[in-house]
Design a protein around this ligand. Structure first.
Ligand code: HEM
Length: 243
């Protein structure tokens, strides 16, 4: 006997556009980030090549950051499943989580319009990692190769005289005050470490995200991927959550 299918409008256009720009920019950033990490193994050497790869990573990083900022604003302005309330656990969250786990155990796979309670936590973790990567990336862009938005301030901080600040070039000691540069190195190191570890964690979360999307699609027969393309989820039983 076939169950009754009902289509619900779930993801609005801004959320879907954010998702796919984020997907493309994050994949590209990871790809170039890995090239940066494995430069010696890939036979890439020399300062100009090093700077060029960083510059490409940073320019894609700007697209990623702007897209993320727009999404964060939309999470406050937008309604329904675009709202931050659909991601940050709300009152009654643990009850919903227990119910989700109970139903999943019995094989009576529950269906949701938005994220299931476990996916909500994963989304929250992913957003926190994206924000961490955006902040640390922008700091490293300024402190490594004097790129905006902090590059000018960094140039002025490490220049031997204010007049020479605009002349400073990445990885070139001309017109650089060695003490200030040493202090800058101490300051920027933790940002680099956090950036790298957040990138590793994000890669792990992406693998989990894709695994659980595919698994949920197979178990519930609800097409989650096409919902993120056309905005509609088609359920064959009443959803556990409301719009
Ligand atoms: C999803 C977002 C991002 C991911 C997954 C990512 C990943 C990575 C990885 C794997 C590295 C290599 C780390 C290393 O060499 O130690 C790296 C380095 C770097 N990233 Fe990102 N990144 C992201 C976003 C950004 C953004 C938004 C910016 C700035 C606009 C940025 C700027 C940089 C810079 C300047 C470096 C070089 C740091 C260094 O040489 O230590 N990244 N990133």
């Amino acid at each position: 006997m076939s169950a009754l299918l009902t289509s619900y409008k779930v993801w609005d256009r801004p959320t879907r556009i954010f998702h796919w720009i984020n997907f493309l920019s994050v994949i590209s950033l990871i790809f170039i980030g890995l090239i940066m990490l494995f430069k010696p193994e890939l036979g890439i050497s020399g300062t100009p090549a090093k700077i060029a790869i960083k510059a490409v990573h940073i320019v894609i990083g700007y697209i990623f950051v702007i897209n993320l900022i727009v999404r964060l604003v939309w999470s406050v302005v937008g309604k329904g499943f675009a709202s931050w309330r659909a991601i940050v656990p709300q009152k009654g969250y643990f009850k919903q989580l227990a119910q989700f786990r109970q139903l999943s155990k019995t094989g009576d796979e529950p269906q949701y319009l938005g994220h299931n309670p476990l996916a909500k936590l994963a989304m929250l973790a992913i957003y926190l990692l994206l924000i961490t990567l955006a902040i640390t990336g922008l700091v490293r862009a300024g402190t490594d190769i004097y790129y905006p938005p902090f590059g000018d301030a960094v140039r002025h901080y490490v220049a031997d005289t204010p007049a020479n600040a605009p002349l400073l070039q990445p990885y070139d000691k001309t017109h650089v005050n060695p003490q200030q540069m040493q202090q800058l190195k101490v300051f920027k190191k933790p940002f680099g470490k956090v950036h790298l570890w957040a990138a590793y964690l994000l890669m792990f979360m992406i693998v989990l995200h894709i695994f659980f999307v595919v698994r949920t699609e197979i178990k519930t027969k609800v097409s989650l991927v096409s919902a993120m393309i056309n905005g509609n989820k088609i359920l064959n039983k009443p959803p556990q959550d409301k719009q």
